[in-house]
Design a binder for this molecule. Structure first.
Ligand code: PLP
Length: 258
């Protein structure tokens, strides 16, 4: 086993997204997954019914104990729920010097808010400057940049705009745009690169964002460069969607093969 990832995210009782997806992706890619749970959610493939936050002291303790004993080669953050949780996580991670894949989770596919509306500013001010790469989907990038992003050209511009907020790299995911091809834009200090793949016609896409970010984190933890980690992670997610088991009445989980 190579590479340790500390996952700081919310639990999805349905097992399709959140911490559960993160652990599966990191494990399937041969890295080690440790976790600090930010919140519990009660949810199924149709939506989130309830959210139960974890006390901040307990969250801080999970992060500290994990870093001090097992250690980590990369951190991945997902659902952070609210501003005080973002502050607690950033305080605990600042100074660690670890690469950070920050997935700015805001709203679940079913419409439930996983981040308070008022916390977007805190996310920009605290989390973005700590991140190695930010992995917003289109609505998240719109909320963070304040721009409407109707097409691929604007995606490329928006990714660069997000970099001006202090994050060295942005992977802007274009799955929310319509069309037979899905484009993701990777903006780094070296320039902008567009990745494309055929859209897979399925409703079973629950947890794709969590999975992609965790797969990137596994790659960075294993010593890959960002571009290489993104390419492997995109291929991993595509394969996991293709073999999704079809569980549940709504957006079903992926198949991680573990
Ligand atoms: N639940 C948790 C705990 C999550 O972290 C996320 C996504 O990041 C979701 C649910 C939403 O997943 P999806 O939008 O794929 O349904």
């Amino acid at each position: 086993m190579r590479g340790r990832v500390l996952i700081v995210a919310g639990s999805d009782s349905g097992g399709g997204a959140g911490i559960q997806a993160d652990i599966k992706a990191v494990t399937a890619l041969g890295a080690y997954a440790a976790t600090a749970v930010t919140a519990l959610t009660a949810q199924d493939t149709e939506g989130v019914r309830a959210v139960h936050p974890v006390p901040l002291d307990f969250l801080r303790l999970q992060i500290r104990m994990s870093l001090e004993d097992i250690g980590a080669d990369c951190v991945k953050t997902g659902m952070l729920a609210d501003a005080v949780t973002i502050d607690a996580v950033c305080d605990a991670l600042a100074g660690s010097g670890l690469p950070l894949v920050a997935d700015p989770v805001m709203v679940a596919k079913g419409g439930a808010r996983l981040l308070d509306t008022g916390a977007v500013e805190t996310l920009k001010r605290r989390l973005m400057p700590l991140a190695t790469v930010l992995t917003p989907n289109l609505p998240e990038a719109e909320a963070l940049s304040g721009m409407a992003i109707p097409d691929l050209e604007t995606m490329q511009h928006a990714a660069e705009v997000l970099m001006t907020l202090g994050v060295p790299a942005v992977l802007l995911k274009g799955g929310h745009l319509e069309g037979p091809v899905v484009h993701d834009v990777l903006a780094t200090e070296e320039g902008v690169e567009v990745f494309e793949s055929p859209r897979i016609d399925t409703r079973h896409t629950h947890g794709t964002g969590c999975t992609l970010a965790s797969a990137i984190a596994a790659g960075l933890a294993q010593g890959m460069g960002l571009r290489e980690a993104v390419i492997r992670a995109r291929a991993y997610v595509a394969a996991a969607i293709r073999s999704a088991p079809g569980f549940g009445r709504g957006h079903g989980p992926l198949d991680h093969g573990v």
